[in-house]
Write a protein that binds this ligand. Structure first.
Ligand code: KMT
Ligand code: NI
Length: 180
């Protein structure tokens, strides 16, 4: 299964290291689902003809798709991009990423504003809900191939924290209260 854990926020370690607490504190898929974070495990070798992926895309209206290689050799302004990805932000829409090769970390904030680190590897599809504070980094493998999905014309605009008055943030907070 996918691995997720509470981060040691006092650690000054490299962002590409796991930053576990001591002892390690893992987080379940159920807990992620409570935050609105969804996950599927698919077969990445078969992404071009995958019926399961097709079904998810149809059900959720993800008609847009592109592929993204992230590594120092392939990304222009790599350092700047990674710095932006690792700056805490929200979006007005879901962030949907399917890992086809390599691995990386998505960090999301929980209800108590603690960082949860989600380690995605080949075959992991994750959906972050609109309005959740998050950030992204490569791990020490320094490479990931991601599929990006979207409903309609893609908008990747990131709104850096604080964003408490953003409509997507307000909606997200509201959904957290009523779900429990
Ligand atoms: C974003 O908004 O693009 C991110 O959070 C980075 C992850 S995918 C490159
Ligand atoms: Ni994002």
């Amino acid at each position: 299964a996918i691995e997720a854990w509470f981060m040691d926020e006092t650690s000054g370690e490299d962002q590409r290291l796991p930053r576990h607490c001591n002892p390690k504190e893992f987080v379940s898929l159920d807990y992620l689902a409570e935050l609105g974070v969804l996950h599927w495990r698919l077969n990445p070798a078969n992404y071009e003809n995958d019926e399961e992926l097709k079904k998810i895309r149809e059900e959720r209206g993800y008609n847009y798709m592109d592929l993204l290689d992230i590594c120092p050799e392939k990304v222009a302004d790599f350092k700047e991009k990674l710095k932006n990805f690792y700056t805490e932000h929200i979006h007005a829409d879901e962030e949907i990423r399917y890992c086809l090769e390599g691995s990386a970390y998505f960090d999301v904030r929980d209800k108590d504003d603690r960082w949860i680190r989600i380690w995605i590897k080949a075959g992991d599809l994750i959906i972050l809900p609109a309005g959740i504070y998050h950030r992204f980094t490569l791990d020490t493998g320094d490479y990931v191939k991601l599929m990006r999905l979207f409903v309609g014309e893609p908008v990747w605009t990131a709104y850096n924290r604080p964003q408490e008055d953003h409509p997507a943030r307000k909606e997200y907070i509201k959904s957290m209260v009523t779900e429990k």
